[in-house]
Structure formats: structure tokens, C-alpha cells
Design a protein around this ligand. Structure first.
Ligand SMILES: NC(=O)c1ccc[n+]([C@@H]2O[C@H](COP(=O)([O-])OP(=O)(O)OC[C@H]3O[C@@H](n4cnc5c(N)ncnc54)[C@H](OP(=O)(O)O)[C@@H]3O)[C@@H](O)[C@H]2O)c1
Length: 338
């Protein structure tokens, strides 16, 4: 019998700045025999998320850093090809925390079975019906607490999380302003998704001035996907009792030093609540969140974009699209079935 090899992209060294192929080389590892209770999946989709860059570092984070020598960690969806568990049969499809690899092998308890019979494209479970959709839903509703008539500002607004945040805020009766990095993304926000205005942060000049001009009544909720200078500028435009939901700081993930924020005093001056969160804080409410997102999708109230790119060997350059803004919505890598 020919030996089956598992192609993996693994963390050989911790990146300083942007990760490169020396930090993350590939290797082909023979598949070991399954232990009792283990299940092996051939991966069909690998989720590419900005957070993965943080897990490559050994700075304190909300989960353990990826250990040197391990495959780069990522959410994956795969089809079961071998099972030593009565809970999974060959052919089942499941989602789990796996890696940048062709096959993921784990104890059955670590896998969440997905129901293909519903006809939902599997990649949706990594995006709008998965971690990024849930981040948007819980982050906005629980931390942002939007109220009808308020102004909600969202950064990385054309991305997987941001685009859903803005649409949910519109459904709450808010005025919604997005910030994104190209005119095409801004046009998608206002013409297709119903945002009231969009700012191209790469061409607008001074951020505080640009936000102030578009948000003439100030900002009540800032959903922060980027951190850094945009967060600082948003703070200078917040209204009394405003809320800042700190979701992510993508502008700093490849930076060696965090930018100095000048407007933190606004937290005191305007009695602002600022709260960070990770979507896992709401783990016990995921069924509620998925239910609500499905309802909106089916009702045609929620639109989303996915960019699906083929080929495990493209994983690193495709991942880097998140940081130059060339991804169009939820970024997913697709692997061949056989
Ligand atoms: N807290 C949580 O549980 C949680 C969960 C999921 C995601 N997140 C965070 O949410 C944020 C968005 O994630 P996502 O998965 O939805 O990715 P995404 O928005 O689909 O893609 C990342 C986008 O970030 C923008 N960006 C990149 N570098 C930037 C910079 N220096 N300044 C401003 N914008 C920049 C780019 O869009 P432009 O073209 O507009 O620049 C890029 O397309 C990230 O910070 C991520 O870490 C947090």
C-alpha cells in the first residue's frame, strides 16, 4: 500500500514583522495509525483569519501560542476518511480547530459534525454562519449595544466581520458609517449593503477630520477591527456615553511596536465604555447567534462576500491578503477532495 503523506505548513520560527516562508515552511509527514477514539479528516476548507498571526507570536494571548514545530493552527472543515469513533462515519463532514495541513487527526470530541443535507455551502460555516458572523453579532449587540437613531462607525467595514456588523447595525435602526481601504469596497458598502456613508481611509487624509465630517452628530458606537491611528481618531469623535467594542487590531499584528494613542483621555471626558472581547466569550450562546444569522440570511437581510482560493501550497501568500486588504470578504482556502 502506498504511504499517504500529510502536507503541512508549520511554524519553524516566530515571525518578526510579516511572516515569510522561512518562518512557515512545508513538510510531508506520513500519516500515523489512528489511536482509539480518533478521527481523521481530509480537509476541504481552511479558514484564514487575522488572529492566526497573533498565535504565531509568543506574546500573551487569549489562547496558547502555536508551538514551534506545529502546523499553523486554523479552523478547518473536512470530510472523515478514517474513524475509530462510533460518533463519526467515513464521509461525515466536520469542523474543528486543525491546521494548515491536508489531513487533520483528532479525538472525536474535538470535532463538530456539520449537516450537509441543509444545502448550505460548507464555507459559510467558517464565515457568516461561523466565527466571523458570530463575532459581528455578539460584539455589536452585546458590547456595542446599538440603539435606533445612533451612529455606528465600523473599521475594516468591507471585511468578514465588519460587513456583517454594519448590516446588523442598520437593522437596529442606526446610521452606519464604514471605513475601508478602496473606493470599490466603499461603493459596495453604500450601494449594496445599505451603509449610510463610507470613508476610504487610505485617501481621506486626517482620520479625525474625515470621521467628523461624515459623522456630524458624533459617534455613539465604534466597532474597532483595526486599532492604532483609526481607533485613536474614532475616540476623538465619540459622543457622551459612547461605546467602543474592541474586536481586533489588525493594523498592529505585523508591527513590532504598538502605536501611541493620544486620545485615551476622551474615555474620561465623554464617559465612554471601551470593552474588548473574543467571540469565545459567547460560546454558550452560539446556537442563538447562528439561529439569528440564518434567519436574516434566509430573509435576504444579510449579504456577504467570500473569497475562496484553491491550493494548500498558496496558503501563506493568500493569508497575507488579509494584511494588504486585497481579500474580498471572508478569506478561505479550498483543498481538493481527492
Ligand atoms: N475578537 C474576536 O473574537 C475576533 C474574531 C474574528 C475577527 N476578529 C478581528 O476582526 C478584524 C477583522 O477580521 P476579519 O476576519 O473580518 O478580516 P477581514 O476584515 O475580512 O480582512 C482584514 C481586513 O483588514 C483591513 N486591514 C488590513 N490592514 C489594515 C490596516 N493596517 N489598517 C486598517 N485596515 C486594515 C483590510 O481591509 P481594507 O481594504 O479596508 O484595508 C483587510 O481586508 C481583525 O482585527 C480580526 O483579528 C476578532
Amino acid at each position: 500500500m502506498t504511504e499517504i503523506l500529510n502536507r503541512q505548513y508549520y511554524l519553524a520560527s516566530r515571525p518578526k514583522g510579516e511572516p515569510n516562508s522561512e518562518n512557515i515552511p512545508s513538510r510531508d509527514v506520513p500519516l500515523a495509525a489512528l489511536n482509539a477514539g480518533e478521527v481523521r479528516m481530509r480537509n476541504l476548507f481552511i479558514s484564514l483569519d487575522p488572529a492566526i498571526r497573533g498565535w504565531m507570536s509568543d506574546e500573551p494571548n487569549y489562547i496558547e501560542p502555536i508551538a514551534l514545530g506545529d502546523a499553523v493552527r486554523a479552523s478547518v472543515i473536512g470530510r472523515v476518511v478514517e474513524s475509530n469513533s462510533e460518533n463519526f462515519a467515513v464521509g461525515d463532514v466536520a469542523m474543528t480547530m486543525g491546521g494548515w495541513e491536508a489531513y487533520t487527526t483528532l479525538p472525536a470530541e474535538a470535532l463538530n459534525k456539520l449537516d450537509e443535507s441543509m444545502g448550505i455551502p460548507l464555507s459559510n460555516f467558517l464565515g457568516v454562519l461561523g466565527p466571523t458572523g458570530l463575532t459581528a453579532y455578539f460584539g455589536l449587540m452585546e458590547i456595542g449595544q446599538p440603539k435606533a437613531g445612533e451612529t455606528v462607525l465600523v473599521s475594516a467595514a468591507a471585511g468578514a466581520v465588519g460587513s456583517v456588523v454594519g448590516q446588523i447595525a442598520k437593522m437596529q435602526g442606526c446610521r452606519v458609517v464604514g471605513m475601508a481601504g478602496t473606493d470599490e469596497k466603499c461603493a459596495w458598502l453604500t450601494e449594496d449593503l445599505g451603509f449610510d456613508a463610507a470613508i476610504n481611509y487610505k485617501t481621506c487624509g486626517d482620520f479625525s477630520k474625515a470621521i467628523g465630517e461624515v459623522c456630524r452628530d458624533g459617534v455613539d458606537v465604534y466597532f474597532d477591527n483595526v486599532g492604532g491611528e483609526i481607533l485613536d481618531a474614532a475616540l476623538s469623535c465619540m459622543n457622551k456615553f459612547g461605546r467602543v467594542a474592541v474586536c481586533g487590531w489588525i493594523s498592529s499584528y505585523n508591527a513590532e511596536e504598538l502605536p501611541h494613542l493620544k486620545n485615551l483621555w476622551q474615555l474620561v471626558a465623554e464617559s465612554i465604555t471601551i470593552r474588548g472581547f473574543v467571540v469565545l466569550d459567547f460560546l454558550d450562546r452560539f446556537p442563538e447567534g447562528v439561529g439569528q444569522l440564518v434567519e436574516w440570511l434566509v430573509a435576504g437581510k444579510l449579504q456577504f462576500k467570500e473569497e475562496i482560493v484553491d491550493g494548500l501550497d498558496n496558503v501563506l501568500p493568500v493569508f497575507m491578503k488579509l494584511f494588504d486588504g486585497s481579500n474580498q470578504g471572508k478569506l478561505v482556502l479550498r483543498l481538493p477532495e481527492d
